[in-house]
Design a protein around this ligand. Sequence first.
Ligand SMILES: *Cc1c(COP(=O)(O)O)cnc(C)c1O
Ligand code: SF4
Length: 337
Amino acid sequence: MIPAALTPPHAAGAVRWQQLWREAVRDPRELLALVGLGDVATGMSEAAGEQFALRVPRGFIARMRHGDASDPLLRQVLPLDEELRPAPGFAIDAVGDSLARAGQGVIRKYRGRALLVATGSCAINCRYCFRRHFPYGDETAAAAGWREAVALIAADPTIDEVILSGGDPWSLSTPKLVELTDALAAIPHLRRLRVHTRLPVVLPERVDDELLAWLGSLPWPVTVVLHANHANEFDAAVDSALAALRGAGVTLLNQAVLLRGVNDSVDALADLSERGFRAGVLPYYLHQLDRVQGAAHFEVDDERARELHRALAARLSGYLVPRLVREVAGDPGKRPL
Ligand SMILES: *Cc1c(COP(=O)(O)O)cnc(C)c1O
Ligand code: SF4
């Protein structure tokens, strides 16, 4: 047993985010009651929620507009009837990840980069996510102590960047992340570490002292690619988490998915870039939706996507315009539209 006096100061923080994680709302009826839509027709579907569970942290719910069934944050998480409607061309493996698997939890698609499916867990379940069909189970890099992933990266000197992805890699405990980076630190050809995470946005309490200490200890420049789709996802708690990340020397970028009914207007996209910038985040990618089964109602057609992107470029500083891309299996990188 560790005497109380020796408990590290960050322990309280660790307990805090993990507790908030556990307290996430999983019942669609509770979510609707919390946003004042308890007895309003929203198209909510329990059956869709059985296919892919609802999961959303309470702090994210607090940023939704009360009494608005078309709230852009609510739409990202509420299971709807529309998901169950068959849609030709919307498949289970929409991005060809099962083909690019290089080893347990390792995906090699692009030169120089190894992407680790660090874990299958997320603090939030986004309805448009390909993960709804890939719970991953034990097929993650963290299972079995990262050994296979580390061995693969060590054996391939063309890899100079490791990307932690998932699921959400920051849903792992910090000691588990330390375990990985301690092993990676011995690999001389690594130059950069990247983390793809939505946690600083949906559960900003995750950015605690322990995580910041870890970031500060790493031997490589660190880029964190966040995932926010709408300006309303930012609030004061998110701002302070992002300020703390920048204070730790992290470069902050954002990737968004173009989603019908969420951010498919020039105003919404411009607000997202500007709000992100205020929090120290530059836009990186605006993704065309992966055509995964159950997400067809979010799709914006290519012509409309290009039109929005052109209008955005005509309105904002160049560095506030994300690259509009789509993931195409077999391509050497994300394909610009
Ligand atoms: C998107 C992706 C990357 C990163 O691509 P960038 O264009 O460098 O952001 C790397 N590996 C895989 C498997 C990806 O899907
Ligand atoms: S945070 Fe990312 S990986 Fe997790 S459910 Fe949302 S889109 Fe999918």
